[in-house]
Ligand binder design. Structure first.
Ligand SMILES: NC(=O)c1ccc[n+]([C@@H]2O[C@H](COP(=O)([O-])OP(=O)(O)OC[C@H]3O[C@@H](n4cnc5c(N)ncnc54)[C@H](OP(=O)(O)O)[C@@H]3O)[C@@H](O)[C@H]2O)c1
Length: 341
Protein backbone atom coordinates (compact mmCIF):
# COMPACT_ATOMS: atom_id res chain seq x y z
CA UNK A 1 0.00 0.00 0.00
CA UNK A 2 1.27 3.46 -0.90
CA UNK A 3 0.92 5.74 2.13
CA UNK A 4 -0.45 9.16 1.17
CA UNK A 5 -0.49 12.54 2.90
CA UNK A 6 -2.68 15.39 1.68
CA UNK A 7 -1.44 18.84 2.73
CA UNK A 8 -4.20 21.44 2.53
CA UNK A 9 -6.88 18.78 2.89
CA UNK A 10 -9.77 21.19 3.57
CA UNK A 11 -9.63 22.83 0.12
CA UNK A 12 -11.41 21.70 -3.05
CA UNK A 13 -8.51 19.70 -4.50
CA UNK A 14 -7.72 18.19 -1.09
CA UNK A 15 -11.32 17.07 -0.67
CA UNK A 16 -11.31 15.40 -4.12
CA UNK A 17 -8.08 13.60 -3.22
CA UNK A 18 -9.61 12.29 0.00
CA UNK A 19 -12.61 10.98 -1.94
CA UNK A 20 -10.45 9.24 -4.57
CA UNK A 21 -7.82 7.85 -2.20
CA UNK A 22 -10.39 6.54 0.31
CA UNK A 23 -11.59 4.11 -2.36
CA UNK A 24 -8.17 3.39 -3.92
CA UNK A 25 -7.11 -0.27 -3.69
CA UNK A 26 -3.37 0.41 -3.77
CA UNK A 27 -3.15 3.46 -1.51
CA UNK A 28 -4.04 4.48 2.01
CA UNK A 29 -4.42 7.92 3.57
CA UNK A 30 -2.13 8.45 6.55
CA UNK A 31 -2.11 12.22 7.14
CA UNK A 32 -4.42 15.12 6.30
CA UNK A 33 -3.41 18.65 7.22
CA UNK A 34 -5.01 22.01 7.97
CA UNK A 35 -3.84 25.18 9.72
CA UNK A 36 -7.06 25.26 11.72
CA UNK A 37 -6.55 24.83 15.48
CA UNK A 38 -9.32 22.24 16.01
CA UNK A 39 -9.00 18.79 14.38
CA UNK A 40 -11.78 18.04 11.86
CA UNK A 41 -13.20 14.49 11.45
CA UNK A 42 -13.03 13.56 7.75
CA UNK A 43 -16.70 12.59 7.59
CA UNK A 44 -17.70 16.00 8.98
CA UNK A 45 -15.87 17.72 6.14
CA UNK A 46 -17.12 15.26 3.52
CA UNK A 47 -20.49 13.87 4.65
CA UNK A 48 -20.97 12.16 1.26
CA UNK A 49 -17.94 9.92 1.81
CA UNK A 50 -19.15 6.29 1.65
CA UNK A 51 -16.52 5.00 4.09
CA UNK A 52 -16.46 5.85 7.80
CA UNK A 53 -12.96 7.23 8.39
CA UNK A 54 -11.12 7.39 11.70
CA UNK A 55 -8.74 9.99 10.27
CA UNK A 56 -8.70 13.55 11.56
CA UNK A 57 -7.68 16.54 9.48
CA UNK A 58 -5.36 18.39 11.79
CA UNK A 59 -2.17 20.32 12.32
CA UNK A 60 1.05 18.29 12.02
CA UNK A 61 4.63 19.20 12.81
CA UNK A 62 7.01 18.61 9.92
CA UNK A 63 8.93 15.96 11.86
CA UNK A 64 5.71 14.03 12.50
CA UNK A 65 4.57 14.42 8.92
CA UNK A 66 7.71 13.49 7.05
CA UNK A 67 7.83 9.86 8.13
CA UNK A 68 4.18 9.01 7.83
CA UNK A 69 3.79 8.84 4.03
CA UNK A 70 5.43 7.63 0.82
CA UNK A 71 3.91 10.41 -1.27
CA UNK A 72 2.86 13.94 -0.34
CA UNK A 73 0.09 15.69 -2.28
CA UNK A 74 0.63 19.41 -1.78
CA UNK A 75 -2.70 21.24 -2.21
CA UNK A 76 -1.58 24.56 -0.77
CA UNK A 77 -1.88 28.01 -2.30
CA UNK A 78 0.78 29.20 -4.71
CA UNK A 79 4.02 30.39 -2.92
CA UNK A 80 3.00 28.62 0.30
CA UNK A 81 3.49 25.33 -1.56
CA UNK A 82 7.08 26.12 -2.66
CA UNK A 83 8.36 26.24 0.93
CA UNK A 84 6.72 22.93 1.84
CA UNK A 85 7.84 21.21 -1.38
CA UNK A 86 11.43 22.34 -0.76
CA UNK A 87 11.34 20.99 2.80
CA UNK A 88 9.94 17.64 1.62
CA UNK A 89 12.50 17.27 -1.17
CA UNK A 90 15.34 18.03 1.26
CA UNK A 91 13.97 15.21 3.45
CA UNK A 92 14.11 12.85 0.44
CA UNK A 93 10.33 12.58 -0.05
CA UNK A 94 8.26 12.03 -3.20
CA UNK A 95 5.97 14.98 -3.87
CA UNK A 96 3.03 15.72 -6.15
CA UNK A 97 2.52 19.48 -6.08
CA UNK A 98 -0.87 20.69 -7.29
CA UNK A 99 0.13 24.36 -7.05
CA UNK A 100 1.89 26.29 -9.79
CA UNK A 101 5.15 26.52 -7.84
CA UNK A 102 7.05 23.79 -9.71
CA UNK A 103 5.43 23.96 -13.14
CA UNK A 104 7.49 26.55 -15.00
CA UNK A 105 11.05 25.81 -16.05
CA UNK A 106 12.18 29.43 -16.30
CA UNK A 107 12.28 31.19 -12.88
CA UNK A 108 11.93 34.58 -14.64
CA UNK A 109 8.40 33.56 -15.74
CA UNK A 110 7.30 33.69 -12.09
CA UNK A 111 8.29 37.36 -11.96
CA UNK A 112 6.49 38.15 -15.23
CA UNK A 113 3.30 36.13 -14.69
CA UNK A 114 2.96 35.72 -10.92
CA UNK A 115 4.51 39.04 -9.92
CA UNK A 116 7.19 37.74 -7.56
CA UNK A 117 10.61 36.13 -7.50
CA UNK A 118 10.46 32.35 -6.93
CA UNK A 119 11.53 31.67 -3.33
CA UNK A 120 12.93 28.18 -4.06
CA UNK A 121 13.99 28.19 -7.74
CA UNK A 122 16.11 25.05 -7.33
CA UNK A 123 12.96 22.91 -7.10
CA UNK A 124 12.12 23.76 -10.73
CA UNK A 125 15.08 21.70 -11.96
CA UNK A 126 13.92 18.70 -9.95
CA UNK A 127 10.33 18.78 -11.27
CA UNK A 128 8.73 16.68 -13.99
CA UNK A 129 5.62 18.26 -15.51
CA UNK A 130 2.71 15.94 -14.74
CA UNK A 131 0.68 15.95 -17.94
CA UNK A 132 0.40 12.18 -17.72
CA UNK A 133 -0.30 11.24 -21.33
CA UNK A 134 2.67 13.30 -22.57
CA UNK A 135 5.32 12.80 -19.86
CA UNK A 136 4.43 9.33 -18.53
CA UNK A 137 7.97 7.95 -18.87
CA UNK A 138 9.56 10.83 -16.90
CA UNK A 139 6.79 10.76 -14.26
CA UNK A 140 7.56 7.09 -13.51
CA UNK A 141 10.92 8.12 -11.98
CA UNK A 142 10.14 11.60 -10.66
CA UNK A 143 10.80 12.78 -7.10
CA UNK A 144 8.72 15.93 -7.73
CA UNK A 145 5.70 15.91 -10.04
CA UNK A 146 4.41 19.37 -10.93
CA UNK A 147 0.75 18.62 -11.47
CA UNK A 148 -0.58 20.76 -14.35
CA UNK A 149 -2.99 23.65 -13.99
CA UNK A 150 -6.63 23.11 -14.95
CA UNK A 151 -6.74 25.39 -18.02
CA UNK A 152 -3.33 24.11 -19.26
CA UNK A 153 -4.52 20.49 -19.05
CA UNK A 154 -7.54 21.04 -21.32
CA UNK A 155 -5.75 23.33 -23.77
CA UNK A 156 -2.45 21.45 -24.02
CA UNK A 157 -4.05 18.02 -24.55
CA UNK A 158 -6.25 19.54 -27.28
CA UNK A 159 -3.33 21.04 -29.20
CA UNK A 160 -0.39 18.70 -28.60
CA UNK A 161 -1.04 16.16 -31.43
CA UNK A 162 -1.66 18.87 -34.03
CA UNK A 163 1.59 20.69 -33.24
CA UNK A 164 3.55 17.48 -32.98
CA UNK A 165 2.37 16.42 -36.47
CA UNK A 166 3.02 19.97 -37.79
CA UNK A 167 -0.54 20.35 -39.06
CA UNK A 168 -1.20 23.85 -37.69
CA UNK A 169 0.55 27.21 -37.60
CA UNK A 170 1.99 27.58 -34.06
CA UNK A 171 1.62 31.38 -34.33
CA UNK A 172 -2.13 31.22 -34.85
CA UNK A 173 -3.42 29.74 -31.57
CA UNK A 174 -6.44 31.35 -29.87
CA UNK A 175 -7.71 29.60 -26.73
CA UNK A 176 -11.16 30.69 -25.56
CA UNK A 177 -11.72 28.82 -22.30
CA UNK A 178 -14.58 28.81 -19.78
CA UNK A 179 -14.31 27.53 -16.23
CA UNK A 180 -16.62 26.79 -13.34
CA UNK A 181 -16.03 28.73 -10.13
CA UNK A 182 -14.36 25.91 -8.14
CA UNK A 183 -11.25 26.63 -10.27
CA UNK A 184 -10.63 29.59 -7.95
CA UNK A 185 -10.52 27.41 -4.82
CA UNK A 186 -12.71 27.35 -1.73
CA UNK A 187 -11.66 30.63 -0.12
CA UNK A 188 -14.08 33.53 -0.50
CA UNK A 189 -13.44 36.40 -2.87
CA UNK A 190 -15.56 39.28 -4.14
CA UNK A 191 -15.15 38.13 -7.75
CA UNK A 192 -16.40 34.61 -7.08
CA UNK A 193 -19.21 34.98 -4.57
CA UNK A 194 -22.71 33.84 -5.56
CA UNK A 195 -24.21 37.23 -6.42
CA UNK A 196 -21.35 38.13 -8.74
CA UNK A 197 -21.31 34.79 -10.57
CA UNK A 198 -24.95 33.64 -10.65
CA UNK A 199 -26.73 34.44 -13.96
CA UNK A 200 -23.51 36.03 -15.20
CA UNK A 201 -20.70 35.22 -17.66
CA UNK A 202 -17.51 37.21 -18.13
CA UNK A 203 -13.94 37.17 -19.36
CA UNK A 204 -11.15 37.92 -16.91
CA UNK A 205 -7.33 38.36 -16.94
CA UNK A 206 -7.47 38.73 -20.74
CA UNK A 207 -3.93 38.24 -22.08
CA UNK A 208 -2.50 38.27 -18.55
CA UNK A 209 -3.61 34.96 -17.01
CA UNK A 210 -0.82 33.12 -15.18
CA UNK A 211 -1.54 29.84 -16.98
CA UNK A 212 -0.38 31.33 -20.30
CA UNK A 213 3.35 30.52 -19.93
CA UNK A 214 2.53 27.01 -18.74
CA UNK A 215 0.50 26.31 -21.87
CA UNK A 216 3.22 27.87 -24.05
CA UNK A 217 5.94 25.80 -22.36
CA UNK A 218 4.15 22.50 -23.09
CA UNK A 219 3.21 23.46 -26.64
CA UNK A 220 6.79 24.53 -27.38
CA UNK A 221 7.78 20.95 -26.55
CA UNK A 222 5.28 19.68 -29.13
CA UNK A 223 6.17 22.21 -31.82
CA UNK A 224 9.95 22.11 -31.30
CA UNK A 225 10.04 25.93 -31.23
CA UNK A 226 8.74 28.88 -29.18
CA UNK A 227 4.96 29.21 -29.15
CA UNK A 228 2.86 32.21 -28.12
CA UNK A 229 -0.86 31.82 -27.59
CA UNK A 230 -3.80 34.18 -27.16
CA UNK A 231 -5.55 32.88 -24.05
CA UNK A 232 -8.86 34.31 -22.85
CA UNK A 233 -10.36 32.68 -19.72
CA UNK A 234 -14.01 33.14 -18.76
CA UNK A 235 -15.94 32.47 -15.57
CA UNK A 236 -19.07 30.33 -15.91
CA UNK A 237 -21.89 30.37 -13.34
CA UNK A 238 -21.25 26.66 -12.63
CA UNK A 239 -19.48 24.73 -9.91
CA UNK A 240 -17.05 22.72 -12.02
CA UNK A 241 -15.76 21.99 -15.52
CA UNK A 242 -13.65 23.69 -18.21
CA UNK A 243 -14.66 23.88 -21.86
CA UNK A 244 -11.91 25.20 -24.17
CA UNK A 245 -12.76 26.27 -27.70
CA UNK A 246 -9.52 26.64 -29.62
CA UNK A 247 -9.06 28.26 -33.04
CA UNK A 248 -5.93 27.59 -35.12
CA UNK A 249 -4.91 28.07 -38.73
CA UNK A 250 -4.38 24.96 -40.84
CA UNK A 251 -0.88 24.72 -42.33
CA UNK A 252 -0.72 24.92 -46.11
CA UNK A 253 -0.87 21.39 -47.50
CA UNK A 254 -2.22 19.74 -44.33
CA UNK A 255 -4.84 17.23 -45.49
CA UNK A 256 -8.29 17.45 -43.79
CA UNK A 257 -8.18 13.75 -42.79
CA UNK A 258 -4.78 14.20 -41.09
CA UNK A 259 -6.27 16.09 -38.12
CA UNK A 260 -8.42 13.27 -36.76
CA UNK A 261 -5.60 10.83 -37.49
CA UNK A 262 -3.18 12.84 -35.35
CA UNK A 263 -5.52 12.50 -32.34
CA UNK A 264 -6.09 8.80 -32.95
CA UNK A 265 -2.34 8.19 -33.20
CA UNK A 266 -1.46 10.11 -30.01
CA UNK A 267 -4.43 9.16 -27.83
CA UNK A 268 -5.90 5.99 -29.36
CA UNK A 269 -4.59 3.80 -26.53
CA UNK A 270 -5.26 6.30 -23.73
CA UNK A 271 -7.78 5.43 -21.04
CA UNK A 272 -8.62 9.00 -20.06
CA UNK A 273 -8.59 10.88 -23.34
CA UNK A 274 -11.60 10.31 -25.56
CA UNK A 275 -11.23 11.74 -29.03
CA UNK A 276 -14.85 12.07 -30.11
CA UNK A 277 -14.06 12.55 -33.80
CA UNK A 278 -14.71 15.20 -36.39
CA UNK A 279 -17.96 17.09 -35.95
CA UNK A 280 -18.69 15.60 -32.49
CA UNK A 281 -18.12 18.01 -29.63
CA UNK A 282 -17.90 17.36 -25.89
CA UNK A 283 -19.98 19.11 -23.24
CA UNK A 284 -19.16 19.66 -19.58
CA UNK A 285 -21.74 17.09 -18.46
CA UNK A 286 -19.91 14.42 -20.50
CA UNK A 287 -16.88 14.71 -18.22
CA UNK A 288 -18.27 16.01 -14.91
CA UNK A 289 -16.99 14.00 -11.90
CA UNK A 290 -14.65 11.97 -14.15
CA UNK A 291 -10.96 11.97 -15.05
CA UNK A 292 -11.72 12.15 -18.78
CA UNK A 293 -10.58 14.78 -21.23
CA UNK A 294 -12.95 14.70 -24.22
CA UNK A 295 -11.93 16.30 -27.51
CA UNK A 296 -13.77 17.03 -30.76
CA UNK A 297 -12.64 18.87 -33.90
CA UNK A 298 -13.95 20.65 -36.98
CA UNK A 299 -11.87 21.47 -40.04
CA UNK A 300 -13.29 24.58 -41.70
CA UNK A 301 -11.93 24.60 -45.24
CA UNK A 302 -13.58 27.95 -46.07
CA UNK A 303 -11.58 29.87 -43.47
CA UNK A 304 -8.67 27.40 -43.35
CA UNK A 305 -9.20 27.18 -39.59
CA UNK A 306 -9.34 24.13 -37.37
CA UNK A 307 -11.53 24.34 -34.28
CA UNK A 308 -10.65 22.03 -31.38
CA UNK A 309 -12.96 21.73 -28.38
CA UNK A 310 -11.92 20.01 -25.16
CA UNK A 311 -13.80 19.41 -21.94
CA UNK A 312 -12.49 18.39 -18.51
CA UNK A 313 -13.59 18.44 -14.89
CA UNK A 314 -11.18 21.03 -13.46
CA UNK A 315 -11.04 19.33 -10.04
CA UNK A 316 -10.36 15.85 -11.49
CA UNK A 317 -8.48 15.68 -14.82
CA UNK A 318 -7.52 19.32 -14.14
CA UNK A 319 -6.22 18.63 -10.62
CA UNK A 320 -6.77 15.73 -8.18
CA UNK A 321 -7.73 13.01 -10.70
CA UNK A 322 -4.61 13.65 -12.75
CA UNK A 323 -2.58 13.81 -9.51
CA UNK A 324 -3.71 10.27 -8.61
CA UNK A 325 -3.11 9.14 -12.21
CA UNK A 326 0.45 10.43 -11.75
CA UNK A 327 0.82 8.67 -8.40
CA UNK A 328 -0.31 5.43 -10.05
CA UNK A 329 2.32 5.83 -12.76
CA UNK A 330 5.02 6.78 -10.25
CA UNK A 331 4.31 3.83 -7.93
CA UNK A 332 3.73 1.32 -10.72
CA UNK A 333 0.03 0.81 -9.95
CA UNK A 334 -2.65 0.34 -12.65
CA UNK A 335 -3.04 3.83 -14.10
CA UNK A 336 -6.83 3.87 -13.82
CA UNK A 337 -6.95 2.64 -10.18
CA UNK A 338 -9.28 4.83 -8.10
CA UNK A 339 -10.31 6.87 -11.12
CA UNK A 340 -13.09 4.84 -12.70
CA UNK A 341 -15.89 5.26 -10.20
N1 LIG B 1 -9.33 24.46 -7.81
C1 LIG B 1 -8.84 23.97 -8.94
O1 LIG B 1 -9.59 23.70 -9.91
C2 LIG B 1 -7.37 23.73 -9.08
C3 LIG B 1 -6.91 23.06 -10.22
C4 LIG B 1 -5.54 22.81 -10.38
C5 LIG B 1 -4.65 23.29 -9.41
N2 LIG B 1 -5.11 23.98 -8.33
C6 LIG B 1 -4.11 24.44 -7.35
O2 LIG B 1 -4.12 23.54 -6.25
C7 LIG B 1 -3.85 24.25 -5.03
C8 LIG B 1 -5.04 24.03 -4.09
O3 LIG B 1 -6.20 24.51 -4.73
P1 LIG B 1 -7.64 24.44 -4.07
O4 LIG B 1 -8.60 24.83 -5.13
O5 LIG B 1 -7.80 23.17 -3.35
O6 LIG B 1 -7.52 25.65 -3.01
P2 LIG B 1 -8.44 25.94 -1.75
O7 LIG B 1 -9.77 25.31 -1.93
O8 LIG B 1 -8.37 27.42 -1.53
O9 LIG B 1 -7.67 25.20 -0.56
C9 LIG B 1 -6.40 25.60 -0.10
C10 LIG B 1 -5.95 24.71 1.05
O10 LIG B 1 -4.72 25.21 1.55
C11 LIG B 1 -4.86 25.55 2.94
N3 LIG B 1 -4.22 26.87 3.10
C12 LIG B 1 -4.70 28.03 2.69
N4 LIG B 1 -3.81 29.02 2.92
C13 LIG B 1 -2.76 28.45 3.49
C14 LIG B 1 -1.53 28.93 3.96
N5 LIG B 1 -1.21 30.22 3.89
N6 LIG B 1 -0.68 28.06 4.51
C15 LIG B 1 -0.99 26.75 4.60
N7 LIG B 1 -2.17 26.23 4.18
C16 LIG B 1 -3.02 27.07 3.62
C17 LIG B 1 -6.31 25.58 3.27
O11 LIG B 1 -6.50 24.94 4.50
P3 LIG B 1 -6.84 25.58 5.92
O12 LIG B 1 -7.39 26.95 5.69
O13 LIG B 1 -7.82 24.59 6.48
O14 LIG B 1 -5.52 25.56 6.59
C18 LIG B 1 -6.91 24.67 2.20
O15 LIG B 1 -6.93 23.33 2.68
C19 LIG B 1 -3.67 25.73 -5.41
O16 LIG B 1 -2.30 26.03 -5.52
C20 LIG B 1 -4.38 25.82 -6.77
O17 LIG B 1 -3.84 26.85 -7.58
C21 LIG B 1 -6.45 24.19 -8.14
Amino acid sequence: MVRCAVLGATGYTGIELIKILSAHKGATLTALTTRQPQPIPVNDLIPTLAEKSALMIRRHSFSELKNCADVFFVCLPHTEAAQTVAQLLKAGKTVIDLSADARLKNPADYVTWYGHKHAQPWILKRAVYGLTEIYRREIANAELIANPGCYPTGASLALYPLLEEKLIDPDSIVIDAKSGVSGAGRKMSAATHFCEVDENFKAYKVGTHQHTPEIEQTLAGAAGRKVHVTFVPHLLPLERGILSTIYVRRKAGAKPQAFARAFQKRYGAERFIRFRGEGIFPSLKDVALTNFCDIGIAVDLKSDRVIVISAIDNLLKGASGQAVQNMNVRFNLPEEEGLCR
